[in-house]
Design a protein around this ligand. Sequence first.
Ligand SMILES: NC(=O)c1ccc[n+]([C@@H]2O[C@H](COP(=O)([O-])OP(=O)(O)OC[C@H]3O[C@@H](n4cnc5c(N)ncnc54)[C@H](OP(=O)(O)O)[C@@H]3O)[C@@H](O)[C@H]2O)c1
Length: 327
Amino acid sequence: MKYIEVFDQDGLKAMKISEQEAPKNSDFEVKIAVYAVGVNRADILQRLGKYPVPEGVSPTLGLEVAGEIVAIGCQVQGFKKGDRVMALLAGGGYAQFTVVDYRLLMPIPKHLDYIQAAGIPEVFLTAYQTLFILGGVRPKEQVLIHAGASGVGTAAIQLAHVWGAQVSITAGSDEKVRFCEKLGADKAYNYKTQSWSALVWEDTEGKGIDVILDCVGGDYVEKNIDCAAFDGRIVLIGFMANARAQEINLAKILQKRIVLKGSTLRARSLAYKSDLINSFNRDFKAAWATKELKPIIDQVLPWELADQAHQRMKQNLNKGKIILTIS
Ligand SMILES: NC(=O)c1ccc[n+]([C@@H]2O[C@H](COP(=O)([O-])OP(=O)(O)OC[C@H]3O[C@@H](n4cnc5c(N)ncnc54)[C@H](OP(=O)(O)O)[C@@H]3O)[C@@H](O)[C@H]2O)c1
């Protein structure tokens, strides 16, 4: 089969389409003919050697795919050959075929095509895990989502909005701010031109934010603590600015009884991810059917242009997902 290989070229990590043997599915796995794969920040980090592949996982890039089941293990339940599925992967998506445990599959909602479906598993499950499982957001609570126009951000805005939370976001341009407002954000701040932490405090009339999704880190940590509510939950899922925070006033954490958590989905166990998918379906399956939730697609590119997709993402140009089609 064809897959995208990362290789050294003059000290840079280049990509090209190469050939390798197709993976074989085990008893609990299905083999998927991949038609579309979602691009994630993690792919760029992994390509640069900055995001180690968990043990036993395919070293090929790609954390979320959509395609058709072409082979099925004898222990697989609830799925059959020919089913249209989307899958949460720990790797192996930038390829014509991939294998995955059937408990990490979701049927593609009838009205969505493969391209749209490839923009769902990693970002919606990450956003769901962050806001609901780790953040415990309740209807009417205040939620703040950083990088609102990112793949994860666009999923998080919709989930929080559908849940009935009050949604605030930060983003790096007025265009992205308006985009997030259209998607359901009640308040949106351009972090390049506005002091979002102080404005959030004012706009919540001094009550602050109950659940914060932070993928930026650095000086956002202190600002998050400043604008968090009493019993606020701050969930760190990335550190695009900096993995280190210079100033943290621990007294504020105590006074406001703040909980600061971190998580990475990829390294979680099969049982955890499978439970996550089940609770996500329980809470939000209906919202796909009613079209309250939708994958936000920024660009669709053939996989020959994977590098162009990575460059666009690196330059922070995407609003929502970039999808590669696989032929
Ligand atoms: N822990 C987990 O389980 C997990 C899983 C999935 C994703 N993630 C993390 O979630 C984040 C979003 O992933 P994604 O694939 O959805 O990303 P994405 O679509 O590439 O969007 C990332 C956005 O973050 C903003 N950004 C970049 N550098 C920034 C900085 N220094 N300060 C503030 N904002 C910055 C940019 O938007 P602006 O133009 O608005 O600045 C950029 O477009 C990443 O950090 C990723 O690693 C974590």
